[in-house]
Design a protein around this ligand. Structure first.
Ligand SMILES: *Cc1c(COP(=O)(O)O)cnc(C)c1O
Length: 399
């Protein structure tokens, strides 16, 4: 079997689309003006941001002034949670989130707890999902914010955001107050799922470029008009002073272009990757014993395959696969530098040994059937080799 390079870590990073690079390039060289400068060189840059903002707003079903550009998903999550909670703390100090959030959300909530807020971390079910009833049941008079991940970055499970949003809206209407509000992290969802904020019933939404074939270090936070945020940084008047600092013009232009391409290609992308995803899932589960699919079978991202291989260490399998030209991840990239097991797999009710043996294969636009076939041929002997030398024995009830 010929070794090939099969990148299956698109949930960690995607290459920048060629067309996106093309629209970014001018803003990295000839159009270098500061968007805040009043002369015509600056105007070229500020016009580019204006266009990017309105094109993004159109895709989200939002108004242009509801889009705030940031440095990525982490900053957007931080700004939504810390910025909203700190600004509105006089109305209540209770926040709702889930146990399967991205670290950018969990760590922001932990910071708020240190500042005297109270956070409810909702359990997820065995597939990693929360229900609208759970969110509703956790609401209190002093709840100001709920933050729920749209599609999970590790296991791909998609949460019922529309229903959750409807419950939050009803609670808000019933109280004649401006809260609670709903924030969602849509970083992993943008290529595959509905992004219209009116259909989703959401008040704030996080997106970034690096997961949708756009640039790293570029992101946005949609903030419904009327919602006030306390800035995390201070300086100039950019982004309505909520996020001051000279804009990342090339990044913003690239983010808008990447989102447009994702939006245009959504139907085709979902269809193609879903087929390859299911081929990979079924192939692994049928050819390798003692395996388990993590996440929901159908309510899952079309590009996500997360499998626990019992009795082995995910890191060892990752390195074996790397030597065969297959690039995957264990847990999420953000936690993989530590050997702590994934908090998401643990939240499914799985023990440490199962969490340690989990591998995420995330497909991309260019993944082919040959890539999937290659992984299906490469995997079984590697798993067998590792199991021969493994002292771990996972209880049968987990697979
Ligand atoms: C990648 C990711 C983030 C972090 O985004 P950065 O742009 O790396 O800061 C946040 N949330 C989710 C769901 C992600 O996948």
């Amino acid at each position: 079997m010929q070794v090939r390079n099969v990148y299956m870590d698109h949930a960690a990073a995607t290459p920048i689309d060629r067309k996106v690079v093309e629209v970014m390039l001018p803003f990295l060289n000839e159009s270098y003006g500061n968007p805040s400068s009043f002369h015509s060189v600056g105007k070229v840059a500020s016009d580019a941001i204006l266009n990017a903002r309105s094109s993004i707003a159109q895709i989200l079903g939002a108004r242009a002034d509801e889009v705030i550009f940031t440095s990525g998903g982490t900053e957007s999550d931080n700004l939504a949670i810390l910025g909203y909670a700190r600004k509105n703390k006089d109305f209540g100090k209770h926040i709702i989130t889930t146990k399967a959030e991205h670290e950018a959300v969990l760590e922001s909530c932990a910071e708020l707890e240190r500042e005297g807020f109270e956070v409810t971390y909702l359990d997820v079910d065995e597939y990693g999902m929360v229900t609208a009833d759970q969110v509703e049941g956790a609401l209190r008079d002093d709840t100001i914010l709920a933050s729920v991940i749209y599609a999970n970055n590790e296991i791909g499970t998609v949460n019922p955001i529309r229903e959750i949003g409807a419950k939050i809206q009803r609670a808000r209407k019933g109280s004649a107050k401006n809260f609670p509000v709903l924030h969602i992290d849509a970083c992993q969802a943008a290529s595959a799922l509905e992004l219209n904020i009116q259909k989703l019933n959401v008040d704030m939404l996080t997106l970034n470029g690096s997961k949708i074939y756009g640039p790293k270090g570029a992101g946005l936070l949609y903030v419904r008009r009327g919602i006030k945020l306390q800035p995390l940084q201070f300086g100039g008047a950019q982004e309505k002073r909520v996020r001051p600092g000279t804009e990342n013009v090339a990044g913003i232009v690239g983010l808008a272009s990447a989102l447009q391409i994702a939006d245009d290609g959504r139907v085709q992308y979902v269809q193609k990757t879903t087929e390859l995803r299911d081929k990979l899932i079924n192939g692994i589960l049928s050819s390798i014993s003692k395996t388990r699919l993590n996440g929901h079978k159908t309510e899952r991202l079309p590009n996500n395959v997360n499998i626990s291989f019992m009795d082995i260490e995910g890191e060892a399998l990752l390195l074996y696969l790397d030597s065969k030209g297959v690039y995957v991840s264990t847990g999420s990239a953000c936690t993989s530098q530590s050997l702590d097991p994934s908090h998401v797999i643990l939240a499914l009710g799985m023990p440490y040994e199962v969490a340690h043996g989990s591998i995420r294969f995330s497909l991309g636009r260019d993944t082919t059937e040959e890539d999937v076939d290659y992984v299906l041929e490469t995997l079984p002997p590697l798993v067998e080799k590792l199991r021969k030398i493994s002292p771990v024995k996972v209880d049968e009830k987990y697979y």
